[in-house]
Design a protein around this ligand. Structure first.
Ligand code: PMP
Length: 315
């Protein structure tokens, strides 16, 4: 399937046509996964296009580079400006934004710190990650045979390209086994997260989510959903959770920039609650979508407006 991409790619500070945004086959990141990325959504609102939580995404990108020791010649503020400009020029009222920094082709060998850093930003049109049907009715998930990286075999807080082979294994296994998505345990056997989503469980009216020490990514949707849930009056507990909590939960949902707020209707073929989106999940989901679509006041300052221009063409 062709990618519905914007016409321009921001490439090291210049705008180039999508077709011209290429790299050499010796690029270090292609060989060793030495890249850092973000995924950000811009939504269509009645006031125009708005980027959801731009600043924390730009900050996480800078922090991921720091952890990966990838020298980045831009500040979070400069990256935010470049993202806004890319969205404005590409002319898509709603899009998924992909910033990526990576080691170039200057040296071979694992220690690539003598490589230069390249950075790109592109945009694509991307609907509901697990499908619109999943947003309403939930997904069927399985506990993966793969584990998240241990605290001393990787950095779960950083979005480093190479680390996503682990997520790819879990996603492919789930789909090959007839499920929509995986739930991955940490190396102690406790719940961690999905391959690209954080995990929430509801039991007797209380909302639970694994903490950062359970090898999760500190999700930006996760933190928004914790805030929304508390605004709605729910108690949210970040604590280590055993696998079997999945099977007795009243409701489960996953969060992420791509997945937004997606209910889970079964795990390992055991039905969650009533087997459909639960009432607390639905309330949180409705508030989340109302905020991102600009239908209620943006009381937390989560939206950055962008004046999207008519699509440009590359030079
Ligand atoms: N966990 C992993 C492993 C992810 O890749 C993502 C997607 N960035 C998430 C959780 C959700 O994070 P966010 O809400 O910031 O997109």
């Amino acid at each position: 399937m062709a990618i519905a991409h914007g016409p321009l790619v921001w490439f090291d500070g210049e705008f180039v046509a999508w077709e011209k945004a290429t790299v050499h086959v010796a690029t270090h990141a292609l060989h060793y996964g030495s890249s850092v990325f973000e995924g950000i959504r811009a939504y269509r609102t009645p006031q125009g296009t708005a980027i959801f939580r731009l600043q924390p995404h730009a900050e996480r990108f800078v922090n991921s580079c720091k952890i990966a020791r990838i020298a980045l010649p831009y500040t979070a503020a400069q990256i935010s400006d470049a993202i806004c400009e890319t969205v404005a020029r590409n002319g898509q009222p709603a899009c998924y934004i992909r910033p990526l920094a990576f080691r170039d082709d200057a040296v071979m060998g694992l220690d690539g710190r003598r490589c230069g850093t390249k950075m790109i930003i592109f945009t694509v049109e991307w609907g509901a990650y697990l499908g619109q049907e999943a947003i309403e009715n939930g997904v069927n998930a399985m506990v993966s045979s793969w584990r998240r990286m241990a605290p001393d075999t990787g950095s779960s807080l950083a979005k480093i390209g190479g680390q996503y082979v682990n997520s790819q294994f879990a996603s492919m296994e789930a789909r090959d086994s007839g499920f929509d998505e995986a739930i991955v345990l940490d190396t102690t056997g406790n719940l961690s997260e999905g391959p690209g989503e954080n995990l929430f469980l509801i039991h007797e009216g209380i909302i639970y989510t694994p903490p950062l020490v359970s090898s999760i990514l500190g999700g930006i949707t996760r933190s928004a959903v914790i805030t929304i849930a508390r605004d709605l009056g729910y108690e949210v507990r970040e604590q280590a959770l055993p696998r079997d909590f999945l099977y007795i939960a009243d409701e489960i949902f996953m969060t992420g920039t791509a997945a937004e707020v997606t209910p889970v209707r079964s795990v390992d073929r055991i039905v969650v609650g009533a087997g459909k989106r639960g009432p607390i999940t639905q309330r949180i989901q409705e508030r989340f979508f109302a905020i991102v679509h600009g239908e209620v006041p943006d009381t937390h300052g989560w939206l950055t407006p962008v004046a999207v221009r008519a699509p440009a063409t590359g030079d």
